[in-house]
Ligand binder design. Structure first.
Ligand code: SF4
Length: 106
């Protein structure tokens, strides 16, 4: 990780993708815009900085979930928890989600 993020244009997100997919090394959680948005809506983080969001998620989830979690959040963010308006009425999490309600996102 330390060596990868020293390379020009390589963020921690990209370094995580490279490590996980090319080397099967799980040192963190890939945080993209989908992961960021859904994590904030579910109140898993109050942060906006992707590296801080990653740290928050790493505390919440066991390491064996770190690789799969972003894929699940990305799919959910594309299909249901969309920007700028989520489809909360069709969301399987709508009984648990603290941010349910489109009016909060307008
Ligand atoms: S209830 Fe709405 S805001 Fe919450 S996760 Fe589902 S789609 Fe997103």
């Amino acid at each position: 990780m330390d060596e990868l993020i020293e390379l020009p244009g390589i963020s921690r997100k990209t370094a995580n993708v490279i490590q996980q997919n090319a080397f099967n090394i799980i040192d963190g959680i890939v945080v993209d815009t989908y992961v960021l948005r859904v994590s904030q809506r579910l109140d898993w983080t109050k942060n906006k900085n992707p590296e801080k969001v990653e740290q928050d998620l790493m505390k919440l989830f066991p390491k064996d979930k770190w690789k799969k979690l972003p894929h699940l959040l990305k799919n959910h963010g594309r299909a249901v928890c969309k920007a700028p308006i989520p489809i909360c009425s069709k969301c399987f999490l709508n009984k648990l989600c603290p941010k349910i309600g489109v009016e909060k996102f307008n």
